[in-house]
Structures are given as C-alpha cells and as structure tokens.
Write a protein that binds this ligand. Structure first.
Ligand code: GRF
Length: 202
C-alpha cells in the first residue's frame, strides 16, 4: 500500500472524504500525514479526530519559501510519502518542490480547466453563465492549476441554480472523484503524455 500525505489550508471536506473512503476500505492507502499552512484550518481537527498525524507548518517561521518547502520535504521523507494530495492547499508550490515529487503531486480543482483557474472557480463559472462546469483532478506541474489530467466530471448548471446549489453539487462530485483518482494513481501504472495521464489497464 502506498503512503499519502494530504496538504490543506481550510475546511477539509475533501480530506474528510479521503479519510472516510479509507475507513470503509474502499481506498486502500495509508494516510500518513496531513500538513496545513494555516493553524486554524478545520482540516487539522478532522485529521486529529481520525488519529492521523497532523502538522501545522508556519511559512513565517522560515526565511525563504525554499526553506519552508525543504522542511515540508523533510517531513514527507520521514513518513516515506509516495503521493502528495493537495486538497484546498492555498499555496503555490515552487518548481523546486514540484521537481522533487515529479508526477507524484495531485490537485483537485472545482472547474473544467483550463477554464476558470484560480481560487473562485465555482463563482466565476456561475457568473459566466456557462452551461456546464465540473471538477478536475490533475498532476501538479510548474504552472498554477495546470498539469496532466487524471480524472474529471461534469456538472451541468441548471436554470434555477443558485451559487450555493451549484457549489453543493460540485463539492459532492469532488468527494466522489478524489478518492477514486487517488486509488487510480496509487494502484495503476501510468505514463504522462502531454496534458494527459494514460493509465494502464489494471
Ligand atoms: C475544493 O473546492 C477544491 O476543489 C479546491 O479547494 C476546495 C477545498 O475544499 N482546490 P475543502 O477544504 O476540501 O472543503
């Protein structure tokens, strides 16, 4: 079984979905570490409640971003982490960090990239009045909200949707999709070809 670490900054509903899938035996990975850059992230509570090692690492304790990331890397090595799972981690990882875990960092984004990058993707899609939006899980590369796609799902925007109802459906899809994508990445062989990850048959 592969060891995963989840990076968070906020509420942690995706972390919760991962924890629940592991508990149910559906997702077969060891969640060995949760790292937050935000002391008051509720995600840290969720990790502790599930008895998962949870670390708050304060970026301000370091004189440079690289030192902050080196500390994170040290912790990942200590726990023998195979895969880094970003779940609402509000910090951009440097090319140095990305290269250290090449094709071993994944992210979930609540829109169909390359449309609606950034921190307000659901609201931006809603306000743009597009007919459909969705969720993408992708490998992290040097560009923000960019990298080979692992899994995606579409969410139609309905006529009577409010931003809240749309958010609810997107989050529900995220919570289904992310554990499945983690299972895929940790159990199947794959090749990264251009902007797509091609998984070999299991
Ligand atoms: C999710 O919508 C995710 O797609 C985005 O940040 C949000 C995190 O939510 N990257 P949560 O902390 O998992 O509840």
């Amino acid at each position: 079984m592969k060891n995963i670490a989840v990076f968070v900054s906020g509420n942690g509903t995706n972390l919760q979905a991962i924890i629940d899938s592991i508990k149910k035996g559906v997702l077969k990975v060891n969640l060995v570490l949760v790292i937050s850059d935000n002391k008051s992230a509720f995600a840290l509570e969720r990790a502790r409640k599930a008895q998962v090692k949870a670390l708050y690492i304060n970026p301000k304790d370091f004189s440079s971003k690289q030192d902050f990331e080196k500390d994170i890397l040290k912790n990942l090595e200590k726990e023998k982490v195979d895969l880094v799972v970003l779940a609402g981690f509000m910090r951009i990882l440097s090319p140095y960090f990305v290269a250290s875990y090449k094709n071993r960092i994944i992210n979930i984004h609540p829109a169909l990239l390359p449309a609606f990058k950034g921190a307000h993707a659901i609201k931006d899609a809603f306000e743009a009045k597009v007919r459909e939006t969705g969720v993408i899980v992708h490998f992290v590369d040097e560009e923000v909200d960019h990298g080979p796609i692992i899994a995606q799902g579409i969410v139609k925007i309905l006529k009577d949707d409010t931003l809240e109802s749309l958010e609810d459906r997107i989050h529900k899809l995220e919570h289904e999709l992310y554990p499945k994508a983690i299972e895929l990445v940790t159990t199947r062989q794959f090749e990264v070809k251009g902007d797509k990850a091609v998984f070999k048959r299991g």
